[in-house]
Design a protein around this ligand. Sequence first.
Ligand SMILES: Cc1cc2nc3c(=O)[nH]c(=O)nc-3n(C[C@H](O)[C@H](O)[C@H](O)COP(=O)(O)OP(=O)(O)OC[C@H]3O[C@@H](n4cnc5c(N)ncnc54)[C@H](O)[C@@H]3O)c2cc1C
Length: 583
Amino acid sequence: MSDKRILGIVGIGPRGLYALEQLLAELEKQAAKRALALYLFEATGNFGNGAVYDTHQVETNWINITERILCLEQRAAINWGALAIPAFPSYHEWFEIEPQNLALTQADNYPPRAKLGVYLKARFDSLIQPLLAAEVVTLIKERVETLSILADGKINLQTNLQAYDKIDEVLLTIGHQPTVLSKQISTWESYFATDNKNTLFKKPYPIKDILISENLSPESTIGIRGFGLAMIDVVRGIANQFGSFSVVEESTHKCSYRAEQPLSNFFVPFSLDGLPPAPKPLTAKLDRWYQPTEAQLAQFKSSIGDRSKQQKANSPAFLINAIVPIAAALYAKLPQRYGLSTLNHSAIEAIVRAWLKEEHYAHPLIFPADESAQKTMQAFVGMATGTQAVSLDFCIGQVWRHCQPSIYEKLSFNECTDDVFVKIIELDERMKRYAYGPPVESIQQLLTLIEQGVLTLDFVDNPEISLSRAGWELQSGENKITVDLMVNSVLDAPKIKAVDAPIVKKLLSNDLIQPLHDDYGVLTHETAYLIPEKEDQVVPIALLGRLAKGTIIGVDAILECFGERPKKWAAEAVSRHEGKGMT
Ligand SMILES: Cc1cc2nc3c(=O)[nH]c(=O)nc-3n(C[C@H](O)[C@H](O)[C@H](O)COP(=O)(O)OP(=O)(O)OC[C@H]3O[C@@H](n4cnc5c(N)ncnc54)[C@H](O)[C@@H]3O)c2cc1C
């Protein structure tokens, strides 16, 4: 058909998959007449699940969201013209999980990321078979390197292998992108470039690469740069190669570790602040302590969604003020509270507000930031298992997690100034230490490794690092240790100007994308279409996901991939396809 249009989707991880489903559903809904060809580009060849949910990754990479709330809804059947795409079950139906029948007192389960990958891949396969049969789609296992708009308005797309130059529309769902190496890592890389004894892993994934390293042995001393979720994946992956964990106490998920050979000061994690992540509550029953009521959430949404408040805001205070009464009210109901218990409600509200405004605000109700990492982890585990008094910061962090979907819904596109919005993003990032925390079992595994001397926290808080032919020399106070295998577990930040991938660099240099702020992502319309430097230019390129962070906060989590944004993009993309597009 001569007026057939070509739409390319670059990056078919979970978000690309869901966007594709929404596109097809929208073609049916708008009874689109025009013929369409779809080009799907996925560098890894893992169509549907991408790199994060690779089905071949080690089972010790766990997802950080409990399976109980992993509500990836079913796909309804789609019938567009002669094309019949079958329905596909929800995650829960697919794995025959009945969350409503799980006991509230049962410990939550955090599956391996590979398990979610199996689901995503199957969902993609069932979608793609009819499209392949109808010759509507082409699967392209290539890395897109550049993207430019030609004089005729079509998009030229160059991959690592060839060029595609008749594309009408492109959606970028490219997720995590590599950023330029930090100065520290570049220095390490060049120092140890010709060294066979000392090994540097510039990134933590795939963990298999570390596991097969010739330099990894029970005698190794493994430095891990970063003290977050990826560090936990690295530690668990390697620890499982040399031994095994078991849960020895069901009520707290306390663990033990049995190594096949003695391992001493085997793991040496460190970060700039040495602050550990806080685990999520162990059970649904414990998590209910932090769950706002529907009325509280409705009030919260209406308050932060108020456009005039957003316009007048000169700080995130309007958001903080909206969450303060909820956090204080839930805190007041906790069975055991850490610190002074004689304070009245308004005094607690004032402390919640002060701590949200100022990260370093200290108070007896807040768990001390200068406490040792080990004691902090033990205390947080006690709070997460309901066996110890809960500190106000832990409580606020959990309440924040419950409010996050409302924050993302109401503040993704808002009337705030750039500066205020950047501060909101920073506050949300800060709260992730609590809100995006790991399962209790992960922290319990670290604690048993510490108790057995397999993992040391002596260097966790910003050690001095010097390089020698023996390896990385770490020093904290009087303590010194030499590391011979170093893993960088700090993941690339979504700083658009730091991204080192040609696809993004080219878009930037062509002024097709503009960052909200040097530190954050790309400006897009609500439909996900790019807002270029020249704002009157109509660009047939849309972007969903992590790099759109400046305009859409909270894009990182799996549940957000299956949210409203891809639907809005699909509605606009099909309108454009039919020649009625707006933005
Ligand atoms: C290591 C890691 C662990 C995570 N764990 C969790 C978790 O436990 N829970 C959670 O909710 N979220 C987690 N996340 C967040 C994660 O971003 C989302 O869950 C989800 O993967 C985002 O989906 P996406 O499709 O936007 O991006 P991705 O999953 O990153 O998919 C993007 C895809 O685009 C492809 N691609 C990129 N550039 C190109 C190109 N130029 N050409 C062709 N293809 C390209 C990539 O190969 C990739 O498959 C994790 C992220 C990482 C990096």
